[in-house]
Design a protein around this ligand. Structure first.
Ligand code: NDP
Length: 307
């Protein structure tokens, strides 16, 4: 069976940064890209807040750069999905695409998280053309325009307040008659004059043309329908970590995020490290994921040296 010192699962900024560090440490890492090569950033348009890119860069181009940088130092980047891991044996036995098996002395889990969407056909159609699940990433493109945020939690309130600082009008679409967010966040929302909270509304359809989003059709719980004119439609209805594979094996928190020893990437299983959004429900930025990937590779290197 093929063997590797370090197997990295996931190809977002965390996975690739781990691969850069691990390959420079002569660990000859093998990285499996997973279902969405390049990760969540490939679903956004331009990234303007990653240090080192003064002119901005598209998510896809950045991920290609990170991949090439990892390959330059010898990382073996492969297309494939990890479908099973036997954590009870050493080295770990990892199954790829339900067929091939590979033995790994260490694992770096960087499988990320996925934003939740409403599941409307029109929402999928305009993804990247006005529909976004990340106001911090994409909000700037809608400055001085009218936009909507869906959700009633802290993220929705935070994103609505951020968008209100750069956009003309922000509609906060909340399906319940109240916000779930913390009182402080609620107050910020209610005290921001250009946020209009629309309680008990659900989105029926995202409207648009060949240039992108132009509006949304909403329905109140009373049955009354209304249309709002917007160019940006932001989802803030939560994320789910991609940890299906690790349930019952790695220690997860109540939301399914991988638990790590504070200040490190170490999981409850020796030799298994976690990096990026899969362990971070709070910050979820490309730069924090990259930093976390670096930490995982350094922890991994030290672990192998100590053995
Ligand atoms: P939450 O799960 O807290 O909130 C999700 C929101 O989306 C809820 O209002 C929910 O409505 C709504 N929602 C879910 N599904 C749908 C749907 N299909 N249609 C319409 N609305 C929907 O997620 P968040 O991302 O806001 O927060 C995650 C965690 O991170 C929380 O613990 C939060 O406190 C924390 N956080 C903290 C921040 C801070 O402290 N600064 C900032 C951001 C997040 P309903 O209420 O009806 O279920």
């Amino acid at each position: 069976m093929e063997q590797t010192k370090c197997l990295i699962i996931g190809s977002g900024p965390a996975g690739y940064t781990a691969a850069i560090y691990a390959s420079r440490a002569n660990l000859s890492p093998v990285l499996y890209e997973g279902i969405e090569p390049g990760g969540q950033l490939t679903t956004t348009t331009e990234i303007e807040n990653f240090p080192g890119y003064p002119e901005g860069i598209t998510g896809t181009a950045m991920m290609e750069d990170l991949k090439r940088q990892a390959q330059r130092f010898g990382a073996d980047v492969r297309f494939g999905i990890v479908t099973n891991i036997d954590f009870d044996v050493r080295p770990f036995v990892v199954t790829i695409d339900g067929e091939k098996q590979i033995e790994a002395e260490t694992l770096i889990v960087a499988t990320g998280a996925s934003a939740k969407y409403l599941g409307l056909e029109s929402e999928a159609k305009f993804r990247g053309m006005g529909v976004s699940a990340c106001a911090t990433c994409d909000g700037f493109f809608y400055r001085k325009q009218d936009v909507a945020v869906v959700g009633g939690g802290d993220t929705a309130c935070e994103e609505a307040t951020y968008l209100a600082s750069i956009c003309k009008q922000v509609y906060l679409i909340v399906r319940k008659p109240f916000l779930r967010a913390s009182k402080a966040m609620q107050e910020r929302v209610f005290n921001t004059p250009n946020i209009k909270v629309m309680f008990e509304y659900n989105t029926v359809e995202v409207l648009g043309d060949e240039d992108g989003v132009t509006g949304a059709l909403l329905q109140h719980s009373s049955g009354e329908q209304t249309t709002i004119d917007i160019t940006g439609f932001f989802l803030a209805i939560g994320h789910h970590p991609n940890t299906e594979l690790f349930k019952g094996k790695l220690e997860l928190d109540a939301e399914g995020y991988i638990k790590t020893v504070p200040g490190t990437s170490k999981t409850n299983i020796e030799g298994v490290f976690a990096a990026g959004d899969v362990k971070d429900p709070h910050y979820r930025q490309a730069i924090t994921a990259a930093g976390s990937g670096c930490i995982a590779a350094l922890d991994c290197e030290r672990y192998l040296l100590s053995k």
